[in-house]
Design a protein. Structure first.
Length: 276
């Protein structure tokens, strides 16, 4: 691990970003360029103390998961992410294998969607990044695989109407089969399939049906515990290679759902909901 090189690289990557680049308000009295250390730590989901120690060449060896989070927080490209991994003494993720690294272009769009729920997902169900409205809608699921969550976690289906559960389950299984067929050497999706086939009888039954195309309900209906029923339109923007998706939910102006989405923006972002 090159502690000096890693510290210098993190510091330079931090100072080249403006708060608006990552969806933050600059606020008053910002006398130094770039992001503050506490802002990078918050975006990466780590303590400010640990990030500070990394920049001061005193930190312990960061895990691969932490390096991925730092690359996302600092909006690094694939080449820059690989350099970060090398400085930390880690082998970068192999190309052609699914990665948790979100492309900076998708994050740039995500950071500018302030009034609509939006999230970046991998093509096999990994929640890679969410904006504040997405967290207000579904809860913080960054780092969660939504397919595993659906089949394995009690209460995971509470946000969806019961009459849509079967359709959602079939869609999850079909999309996962498509990915495992397209990338048979990718260990992530294959391991998830093995885990779910062993643990979920419902998943095993649906897997045996060999569906690869199942249309998801559109618009999507959410049963939110605070603002009530939301019928949202869903748009999906695909990255190069279609391995990542920017999913944006919206409501038509003048509808009851539009008013409830506005209420969610006010209530949810203030974190007043007891369910949060």
């Amino acid at each position: 691990m090159d502690r000096t090189g890693l510290a210098d690289y993190l510091r330079r990557a931090r100072t080249r970003l403006a708060p608006c680049d990552v969806g933050l308000n600059a606020g008053p009295r910002r006398r130094t360029p770039g992001l503050r250390r506490e802002e990078v730590a918050h975006l990466a989901g780590m303590s400010t103390d640990y990030y500070t120690r990394l920049e001061q060449r005193r930190g312990s060896h960061p895990s691969r998961q932490m390096l991925t989070a730092l690359a996302r927080a600092l909006r690094l490209t694939d080449v820059e992410r690989d350099h970060l991994f090398h400085l930390a003494g880690e082998e970068p993720p192999r190309r052609g294998i699914s990665s948790d690294h979100v492309r900076p272009g998708l994050l740039l769009i995500l950071d500018r969607l302030h009034d609509l729920p939006a999230a970046v997902l991998s093509d096999w169900g990994g929640m890679l990044a969410q904006n504040a409205m997405s967290v207000a809608l579904t809860g913080d699921r960054t780092g969660t695989n939504l397919i595993r969550h659906w089949f394995m976690v009690p209460g995971a289906r509470d946000l969806a109407p019961p009459e849509n559960h079967a359709q959602h389950a079939r869609a999850h299984v079909a999309s996962l089969r498509t990915v495992t067929t397209a990338r048979p050497d990718d260990p992530g999706p294959a391991a998830l399939v093995a885990e779910l086939r062993a643990a979920s009888e419902e998943f095993e039954t649906l897997w045996a049906e060999h569906d690869v195309v199942v249309r998801r309900p559109s618009p999507k209906r959410f049963l939110h515990p605070v603002v009530g029923v939301l019928d949202l339109d869903c748009e999906v923007l695909l990255s190069d290679g279609h391995s990542q998706q920017l999913v944006v939910h919206s409501a038509r102006p003048g509808t009851q759902t539009y008013e409830r989405l506005e209420l969610l923006r006010i209530v949810g972002l203030q974190d007043l909901s007891p369910s949060r």
